[in-house]
Design a protein around this ligand. Structure first.
Ligand SMILES: [Zn+2]
Length: 198
């Protein structure tokens, strides 16, 4: 949440078989651009650039974000225009503590139960459904956090999502990917050439 504009480049695990049955429609890989947290900058800066290039992206929405509270119709329009809305929780809870002083106690995963996390995430799915009418959705872990205490919470959400994106700079082959723990590369000021090199 600290970085204002943080696009994330995701090498997706989605199976894209062409008619001749090659993964990635015969290309070397597939790339998915994802943007987390629902910031105004996504509407003001990212969308115009993406639309000018004819590219679609996935926006992982924190439903109670300031931008959603004030510009909901624009987020809805984005979905109508073919961009994807993903679930990035209701209040963006993360594990607080040293180095994470910005995490408020009421949204600190140390103070959550798994059930609360599941409930808030389901509420976010319900909200996103009212924006785009979709019933299949993906999830992005907030701050990359996957556990509450010792318990992984994604297990309780596998009926709610078809995949979940982690925050981890790695790349796996199509047959090695765990759909509920998909790799991504975080992009924060890197050049186009650097991204291509990845
Ligand atoms: Zn986030």
């Amino acid at each position: 949440m600290k970085n204002i504009f943080l696009p994330i480049l995701l090498i997706t695990s989605q199976l894209c078989y062409s008619q001749i049955n090659l993964p990635w429609q015969g290309k070397k890989c597939a790339v998915v651009l994802t943007y987390d947290d629902a910031y105004n900058q996504h509407l003001d800066n990212a969308i115009p650039v993406l639309d000018s290039l004819g590219l679609k992206a996935t926006f992982y929405i924190t439903a109670f974000s300031t931008s959603m509270q004030t510009r909901m119709n624009e987020w809805k329009k984005l979905a109508v225009n073919g961009h994807e809305l993903g679930n990035h929780t209701l209040f963006h809870p993360c594990i607080g503590g040293k180095g994470r002083e910005w995490v408020k106690p009421e949204y600190d995963l140390n103070n959550y139960t798994v059930q609360r996390m599941v409930d808030e995430t389901r509420m976010t799915n319900l909200f996103l459904h009212t924006l785009d009418g979709k019933t299949k959705r993906t999830f992005a872990f907030t701050c990359g956090d996957m556990k509450i205490g010792d318990s992984s919470f994604i297990n309780g959400m596998k009926d709610d999502f078809i995949a979940a994106r982690a925050v981890r700079n790695q790349m796996h082959k199509i047959n090695e990917i765990d759909l509920y723990n998909v790799d991504c590369y975080m992009v924060n000021g890197e050049t186009g050439a650097q991204l291509i090199e990845w």
